[in-house]
Design a protein around this ligand. Structure first.
Ligand SMILES: [Zn+2]
Length: 225
């Protein structure tokens, strides 16, 4: 029977950034050593089949550092691309995205310009969702069905516009387990200050009570879309 729940661990940049970072972004970058340690925990986890890995922001470290380390451990990950940064210094170019595809890594959209979708006027939100999808379809040569939400910030309108733009799944940063039968899928983003205990909790699906309550409130949005 196909699994319907996954714990998804979300990474960002690995190693030294090759572009200026956005405000608040630095804690999301991991050293190579820390990344390897986290990947080993995932690869060796007793419930490895219930775990999944994603990457946001399409940094060059996705291909240069993460992909080979994933492959070495027999792991795959889904990579969410910012199409406005394709080919810019520090970000994946078209060839880099296709190299990930050739390694069997699924690709999704993270929008164009890393904006907070929940604060955009409808026309600008639609542009982020639709143009990034079609650019990636042109780069990859297949349909792009998944999106990850910048900063994990969404509301009912964001989810509704994602559906209208043709996406079939949206990845948040709500922590806990992702229900694969649902459009909105929770992930846990790890940071350089994520403790071993917090990572273990994320891998085993344990959620601290406060986060569970906050998430339950946010998941109410699902009834609107
Ligand atoms: Zn991002």
């Amino acid at each position: 029977m196909a699994r319907t729940a996954l714990r998804i661990i979300n990474f960002h940049g690995i190693g030294e950034p090759e572009r200026p970072l956005e405000p608040g972004e630095a804690p999301y970058w991991l050293s190579v050593a820390r990344f390897k340690e986290m990947l080993d925990r995932i690869a060796d986890h007793p419930e490895r089949d219930s775990l999944a890995i994603t990457f946001d922001d399409s940094n060059t470290s996705d291909l240069a550092i993460a992909a080979p380390l994933l492959a070495k451990r027999g792991l795959t990950a889904q990579f969410f691309v910012l199409t406005g940064r394709i080919g810019e210094a520090g970000s994946l170019d078209r060839a880099g995205i296709n190299a990930l595809v050739d390694m069997g890594m699924p690709i999704g959209s993270h929008g164009i310009a890393h904006r907070d979708w929940s604060s955009l006027p409808p026309a600008e939100l639609d542009e982020e969702l639709k143009a990034s999808k079609s650019t990636l379809e042109d780069v990859c040569g297949f349909e792009i069905t998944d999106a990850s939400i910048p900063f994990g910030r969404y509301n009912a309108a964001v989810l509704s516009r994602l559906r209208s733009a043709g996406y079939r799944a949206a990845y948040s940063s709500d922590k806990g387990s992702a229900d694969l039968t649902s459009f909105l899928r929770a992930r846990t983003s790890v940071r350089s200050d994520t403790t071993g205990i917090a990572l273990n909790d994320a891998l085993s699906g344990n959620m601290p009570a406060m986060i569970r309550l906050r998430r339950a409130a946010r998941m109410q949005l699902k009834q609107w879309v």
